[in-house]
Write a protein that binds this ligand. Sequence first.
Ligand code: AHR
Length: 319
Amino acid sequence: MSSLRTVLMLIAGVGLLLSVGCGGGSSSGGSVVVGFAQGGSESSWREAETKSIQDAAKDAGYDLRYANAEGRPDQQVSQVRGFIAQGVDVIVVAPIEKTGWEDVLNEAKDAGIPVVLVDRGIDTQDESLYATLIASDFVEEGRMAAQWLVDNKPGGARIVELSGTPGADPAIDRKKGFAEIIDEHDGFTIVESQSALFEQAEGKNVMNALLLRADLEFDVVYAHNDDMALGAIEAIKGAGLDPGEDIIVISIDGVKAAFESMVAGDLSATVECNPLLGPKVMEVIGQLMDDEDVPHRIISEDKLYEASQAAEALPTREY
Ligand code: AHR
């Protein structure tokens, strides 16, 4: 009897050692536990990103713990802290703002939990605070939008810019890339720049107010995402103007509704920004769990679509 008990205890001990030795995998019945700190639900792009990460985690057999800060940076930092306290194997963050990350990421580093940044970067002097950033090149997206404009409106333009959430990586970099190109060409001026928080309803509100201003004349709207552009188009139509004719609207993201708007002749161009990052995120997590090296920056390739390409591309759009 006592020798049987000894054998059973030995088997249990070996099992425990194996599960601890396998790194990621100890905390949830054997599967890798991933904490995903999403920043919000402000746009259809972000909904597509969330779904892509959730679906890919399921396909990979990972245990995904999901938190959404709904646009509140402090809340997002607390949620990351919560994942550290839970002892997850890896943390995925889509940062709302670029700043404010050093303390909590140092805490993750001290706890030995790798951090994967998705879709937006952060400001830090210490690159070792995260394993990788998987995202588009937002400066390049801004450049592509501006290049389309200077090519298609060579006489110049008075531009209203609808910018994204203040402090967010894409709002900062899409502004920068766009300005870089128009500054090289005479006659292109940003006459007004206002944030509409990446939201369609806010895009409409801001545009309604701008259209009422007697001191402001413009013929182009450059929106940092499609949702704000679609809201602006509603306002432009509501004011009895023709988007695409009286006011040219260009934006970034490439969501399905933007393609539909281009087919309808309202939106003139959009730069694709791929939100379907889930499969790449899971691939990287697998590599991290196997202690493999991963590139510190993984860039999603984007391209611009203009209205003439929209009808053909629409059926193939996945988000
Ligand atoms: O970080 C990506 C940006 O955030 C998308 O362009 C925008 O739609 C979203 O809200």
